[in-house]
Design a protein around this ligand. Structure first.
Ligand SMILES: Cc1ncc(COP(=O)(O)O)c(C=O)c1O
Length: 384
């Protein structure tokens, strides 16, 4: 097939173009305006949550830590299998990450191990929970729903609440992922973060959102995204802030995109099922499934290549990319990145295997079944 297959391509339709043009023609191109208000409302209805739109998922993550009162020298638990942004934001605040493992069954965090860490490696006072090793306070935990695979965090949330540790869900990749009871990813914990970067299930070019629970947090987040300004007319700044708002142009794209979100998820499910069917009998490959009893968005499909090592995986990736099939590995583990090696880690086992064996597959929602079969057959030929 003489065609390139990308991992996840955006599709920009007429309504997006119209909204952007209207925004340009009206001169409302800053981080305020009708599109921002309407996209916030639509997304809020869809997720059933209060939220503030931001100019990226990363800035929303940064805000979630500020709202969790994470400060210099505090500690934050975070999975080693996540996009680097979830760790960078901890460092922005002078805080320290503690890396936890992924579960044996999926790339998401191992909840049992997190609970064991809290039980055995921390102590609590009236103020909060402290790391036995460093005596520093653990203020928050960032849990990433990897590739849109949503985990049920109800047990973890209750435990963390008792320990005065805030639960932040990095649901950047999980827009449209729900638990069976219709709870949207990012609404189980104290704060949730979504991303609308170009490769996400819907896009605003660049953009994000922080999902939050209280009106107080909503108001503070609105102030923080606009340089800490609480009075627009007389330039009164309540605290140090950021330029983190989503522009009216980007929100115009989001407003067009969200109309198709349900349809996109239906198509993504079909793609997932087809890949699953194509690889289910292959003894060299396990399909990385999304969790049972959930309704995930099936954002990115991935395979686990048995008996593979990192150099073999790299070779396969290069071969497939040279044949027009864009595949990628899992993120290189955060705890192994040179600037993060000095930070604490707890019982990391699965994460050290996953990055050597996981292959992410083209998953754009408009892929046709015969294209998925073509991609699958090529992979089967190469993975021996
Ligand atoms: C898991 C995860 N966290 C955070 C981010 C950061 O989002 P953004 O690129 O919108 O800043 C991304 C996406 O890029 C991501 O995949």
């Amino acid at each position: 097939m003489n065609k390139l297959f990308f991992l996840h391509e955006p599709k920009i339709n007429r309504p997006e173009k119209k909204n952007v043009l209207n925004s340009l023609n009206s001169g409302w191109i800053s981080p305020s305006g009708k599109n921002v208000r309407e996209f916030e409302k639509k997304l809020s209805n869809f997720t059933n949550s209060k939220l503030v739109l931001t100019n990226s998922g990363t800035s929303a993550l940064h805000l979630s830590l500020i709202l969790s009162n994470v400060k210099n020298d505090d500690e934050v638990l975070v999975s080693s299998v996540t996009f680097i942004a979830s760790v960078n934001v901890i460092l922005y605040l002078g805080a320290r990450p503690i890396f936890f493992d992924s579960s044996e069954k999926s790339l998401n965090g191992d909840i049992n191990k997190i609970l064991t860490f809290i039980k055995e490696e921390t102590f609590s006072t009236r103020k909060g929970t402290f790391n036995k090793k460093t005596k520093k306070r653990i203020k928050a935990l960032i849990f990433t729903h990897v590739f849109g695979n949503i985990s049920d965090l109800s047990f973890l949330r209750n435990k963390l609440k008792k320990k005065k540790i805030k639960l932040i869900e990095d649901a950047a990749e999980a827009v449209g992922s729900f638990l069976k009871n219709k709870t949207h990813a990012g609404t189980q914990g104290d704060y949730g973060v979504l991303s609308f970067n170009t490769n996400k299930i819907i896009t605003t070019s660049s953009g994000g959102a922080i999902l939050l629970k209280s009106m107080q947090d909503y108001k503070r987040a609105q102030i923080l995204i606009s340089q800490g300004k609480s009075d627009n007319l007389f330039f009164i700044h309540e605290e140090m802030g950021f330029n983190y708002g989503m522009s009216n142009i980007n929100a115009g794209i989001g407003l067009g995109q969200i109309r198709n979100l349900k349809k996109i998820i239906e198509l993504k499910k079909k793609i997932h099922e087809r890949y699953h069917k194509n690889f289910k009998d292959n003894d060299k490959i396990t399909f990385l499934n999304f969790e049972k009893k959930t309704n995930p968005n099936f954002w990115l499909n991935s395979l686990f290549l048995k008996n593979y090592d990192y150099s073999k995986l790299k070779k396969i990736i290069k071969t497939l990319n040279s044949q027009g099939i864009q595949v990628r590995p899992l993120w290189f583990p955060c705890h192994k990145q040179s600037f993060l090696k000095k930070f604490q880690r707890y019982s990391l086992i699965n994460v050290n295997e996953y990055h050597k064996k996981v292959l992410c597959l083209p998953s754009s929602f408009f892929l046709k079944m015969k294209e998925i079969d073509y991609i699958s057959n090529l992979i089967k030929k190469i993975v021996k």
